[in-house]
Write a protein that binds this ligand. Structure first.
Ligand code: XMP
Length: 560
């Protein structure tokens, strides 16, 4: 088994970041809820343990803890923020509410640059976010650093194998955080650093080979990063026994369907299911955002089921589940959310009766892109802006018709082309056009027009959870607006969206009702993100309907 660092999660918003930083150091690591028995999740391959931060105080009733026997084991341990406070509390040191809480940037003075501080110049800028603080290290530990709000900003055990730090080395605001983590995982834990994308791909391919044996696999391919990399990995493992189904819903960006077929037609066994007519007729007369999404979900499943049914005896479904989905469903934050989200996000509906292959379960998005590059996928495809599963249907406000989709595709293509031309495409998180159900008056030549208004949206963001509108140059916007009004029939006015998220959202249409949230109760954000799994038809709200239709079919009734 490959060497790894275990991260025990105490509910910090930064836990995933710790994992990403450790992996950037070429060391594999896994996050586990602090409620797990550490003995069951460690072994000879575990080189060290990191205790994450968390929002609690060790003095709160029911605050999260860990079996103190962990500290009698041989593992090197690094406690970060709450992790450090817990360590101190359990080992007999003194944690107290210090009069000066520390939030944000702070300076720490390193009194002794040893262990994790090796190479430090004695004074560091760090990111703090804590109320409680360490007043006295536990017996056998000594202070290594202090700050204005923390008399013990860092501590070390006498044998140099256990550390606590009050600040967050994993965030970008702690400039030398990476060196601190490097010292811990490489020097203290002795990790060799053998986690590379190549090694991951080799292991994943071998695992798929063993799991699948001589049988066949189906994969839903959307042309998005996750499904494409999944498909290429499975292909590498079992070759022609993988069939990919590309459900073309007619709601993709301009020329996108052709690009998917062009990119993958020769690389994969690809079924191009052109179902645009089916999708468009299901959307006729539908204007409510939620109703649109449901129809799209239903048709997707219907088409996928039909195409998969034609393949004969298929035993597995390959799906592009990523590590953040997995962590989300095992997270320690509230057992009820954990259980529900697991049912809704993690599992396939039983009726599918296909075993799942999820080769990307261990990867973060940027690692998936790296794997894609190793597998020879075009960079342009791997770094494209995110695109919602229901496609342009959520950007044609009001009724979705073929003509309106075409109008939007043309305008959107001009926007994206101009961003690329002026080197702004990769500077924004996402950019697109939205066709509004509003007609405005204009003048063209001598005639007055009464045509559609169109909005442009471009946002900067780290992860899509919060976003700011992109400050695009006025000249660029002028060029886009002028080209759209001149070249796209039916649009006579272009506006630029200057709302932030929150309180706005990135897309203009979204699911809001209680019913939809109950379908995926882990929160609105996850609803939208989980949809983006192209293969994840179990994630569409519509799967319930499909399940119902299947039950009806089993009972000999016609499908509805
Ligand atoms: P919002 O609009 O919620 O979007 O701020 C956040 C991110 O999620 C994408 N998004 C979706 N993705 N199905 C998807 O697959 C959806 O229904 C959906 N709605 C929003 C959005 O494009 C942005 O990247």
């Amino acid at each position: 088994m490959r060497e790894q660092i275990l991260i025990l999660d105490f509910g910090s918003q930064y836990t995933q970041l710790i994992a990403r930083r450790v992996r950037e150091l070429s060391v594999y690591c896994e996050i586990q809820p602090c409620t797990r028995n550490w003995r069951e999740i460690t072994g000879a391959h575990t080189k060290g343990v990191i205790l994450s931060g968390g929002p609690s105080s060790v003095y709160e009733n029911g605050s999260p803890s860990v079996d103190p026997a962990l500290f009698e084991s041989d593992f090197p341990i690094l406690g970060i923020c709450y992790g450090m406070q817990l360590m101190t509390h359990l080992l007999g040191g003194k944690v107290g509410p210090y009069p000066k809480r520390e939030f944000g940037r702070a300076r720490v003075e390193i009194d002794d640059p040893v262990g994790i501080f090796l190479g430090s110049q004695g004074d560091e800028t760090v990111w703090m976010s804590h109320g409680d603080t360490i007043e006295e290290p536990p017996p056998g530990y000594r202070a290594l650093a202090r700050s204005e709000g923390s008399p013990v900003a860092a501590m070390m055990s006498e044998d140099g194998r256990r550390y606590g730090i009050q600040f967050h080395p994993e965030v970008a605001h702690t400039p030398r955080g990476k060196e601190i983590l490097h010292n811990f995982v490489h020097r203290i834990c002795g990790c060799a650093g053998d986690w590379t994308m190549r090694s991951f791909i080799e292991e994943a391919v071998e695992r798929i080979r063993v799991q699948v044996g001589p049988r066949r696999v189906v994969c839903g391919l959307s042309g998005g990063v996750d499904s494409s990399v999944t498909a290429m990995l499975v292909k590498e493992a079992i070759g022609e026994r993988l069939t990919c189904i590309f459900v073309d819903n007619g709601l993709l960006r301009k020329n996108e369907a052709e690009q998917v077929v062009e990119t993958f037609g020769d690389r994969l066994n690809l079924v191009h299911a052109d179902a645009s007519g089916e999708f468009l007729s299901a959307l006729r007369g539908v204007t409510h955002p939620e109703a649109k999404r449901k129809r799209i979900g239903e048709i997707f499943i219907r088409v996928f089921e039909r195409e998969a049914g034609r393949l004969g005896d298929v035993k597995f479904l390959a799906q592009g589940t990523l590590y953040p989905d997995v962590i989300e469903s095992i997270s320690f934050k509230g057992p009820s959310a954990t259980i529900k989200s697991h049912h809704n996000v993690g599992g396939l509906p039983k009726w599918m009766r296909l075993a799942l292959i999820e080769p990307l379960r261990e990867l973060f998005k940027d690692e998936v892109r790296e794997a894609g590059e190793e597998l020879g996928l075009p960079r342009e495809m791997l770094w494209r802006h995110p695109f919602p599963g229901p496609g342009l249907a959520v950007r044609v406000l009001g009724e979705v018709t073929e003509k309106r989709v075409k109008t939007l595709q043309e305008a959107d293509a001009i926007f994206i082309e101009t961003l690329r031309k002026h080197d702004h495409y990769y500077k924004v998180w996402q950019a697109f056009a939205v066709l509004l159900p509003v007609n405005t008056v204009g003048v063209m030549g001598d005639a007055r027009t009464y045509e559609n208004a169109l909005a442009l949206r471009a946002v900067t963001s780290q992860d899509g959870m919060t976003a700011d509108w992109a400050r695009l140059p006025a000249d660029l916007l002028a060029e886009v607006s002028s080209r759209i009004i001149n070249e796209v029939r039916g649009v006579n006015r272009v506006v630029y969206d200057v709302s932030t998220k929150p309180p706005g959202t990135i897309e203009w249409e979204r699911v809001e009702s209680k019913e939809s949230q109950a379908i995926n109760p882990i929160g609105k954000e996850e609803i939208t993100f989980s949809f983006s799994s192209p293969t994840g038809f179990c994630r569409y709200p519509g799967w319930r309907f499909s399940r119902r239709s299947l039950l009806r079919r089993r009972a000999g009734k016609p499908r509805i």
